[in-house]
Design a protein around this ligand. Structure first.
Ligand code: SME
Length: 159
């Protein structure tokens, strides 16, 4: 199998596991925790996986939700700041293959080399986002993007 086909096969099997988590009995926080853990453990180039949720009282701020990986200082992020804040403001996926080239970037650890952030939308409003850091440069492809967008669509059903 080519690397692209292998990646697709891995993502297809993950999608099934994520559907199982989402339809299970846990509450939303537990489900997001399980999904973070699963993605980090099964996908070799995902080194930190977590969710930022839009603050209920301050809808222009993100608050760190469940995550798997090293603790981060960035527990609250205003819209517009860093990759996460920009993705929230623009309601767009940001796929950054080399974070050293970014000026509006919030570093969590010098090991992180790349990042992808996918908004979770509910009725045209952003409710949160899925944030993934990698220690590799340029690890993300369009397969990652479409897989993560599909997952975020499924997760939006929790909100
Ligand atoms: N690097 C992010 C901050 C969050 S951490 O990756 C966990 C950013 O620039 O928004």
């Amino acid at each position: 199998m080519t690397p692209t086909k292998l990646k697709k096969a891995l993502f297809d099997s993950m999608e099934e596991s994520i559907n199982n988590i989402l339809s299970g009995p846990s509450n939303t926080e537990e489900k997001l925790q399980k999904i973070s853990t699963l993605l980090k453990e099964k996908i070799p180039h995902y080194h930190w996986v977590g969710f930022y949720l839009v603050h209920k009282e301050n809808p222009k701020e993100l608050v760190l939700g469940p995550f798997k990986g090293d603790p981060t200082d960035h527990v609250r992020i205003p819209f517009g700041r860093g990759i996460c804040g920009q993705a929230a403001e623009r309601k767009e996926t940001f796929m950054i293959q080399d974070v050293s080239k970014e000026t509006n970037y919030l570093s969590c650890s010098p090991e992180v080399k790349s990042e992808i952030v996918v908004p979770i939308m509910k009725d045209d409003k952003i409710v949160g986002e899925l944030d993934i850091d990698s220690h590799d440069i340029s690890p993300f492809t369009e397969e990652d993007e479409s897989f993560l967008k599909k997952i975020c669509d499924l997760i939006s059903g929790l909100f």
